[in-house]
Ligand binder design. Structure first.
Ligand code: ZN
Length: 158
């Protein structure tokens, strides 16, 4: 029964190792394509701790460790693993968020430039209407600043 469990574990581990690169988000690589070595060493540390926990269980099952020693050892390993996991979360967030921030900022910039581009356009039209009002010399219809022909009678206007 134990061997089936171990075989299953190894199979699972092999599967994870094979599939991991496909699931790892591209953001974990730095912009220049280099691997983040700090994160990589954290992953390795985490896997080492998981391995140590498995080995402790094995030692318990084979009688090399007393239940008390096993409990103490696993508790210590789990505390270390927890702190490594927290460090991984922090590191991943620091690697992912700058890119996210950049994307969000770019979207905000686009939206903002869209607004500022539209606003002056409205302002110029209004000021042109108010300040330099022109009228058709033929029919007296009001002309827009950009009109070359009267919109009412079609006469050419200067
Ligand atoms: Zn006219």
């Amino acid at each position: 029964m134990l061997w089936i469990l171990i075989a299953f574990f190894l199979l699972l581990l092999a599967g994870v190792i094979i599939l991991l690169p496909f699931f790892r988000p591209p953001a974990l690589a730095e912009p220049d394509g280099a691997v983040d070595h700090k994160l990589l060493s954290l992953y390795i540390r985490r896997d080492q701790l998981y391995q140590a926990i498995r080995e402790a269980k094995f030692d318990l099952d084979t009688g090399k460790l007393s239940p008390e020693d096993y409990e103490r050892q696993v508790a210590r390993l789990k505390r270390q693993a927890a702190s490594v996991l927290r460090a991984i979360d922090k590191r991943e967030a620091s690697l992912v968020s700058p890119e996210w921030d950049e994307q969000i900022e770019a979207q905000v910039r686009t939206a903002r430039s869209g607004r500022t581009a539209r606003r002056p356009a409205v302002v110029t039209t209004v000021s042109a209407k108010a300040g330099r009002a022109r009228y058709c010399p033929q029919c007296g219809a009001r002309l827009e600043a950009e009109d070359r022909f009267c919109p009412a009678c079609g006469a050419r206007v200067a």
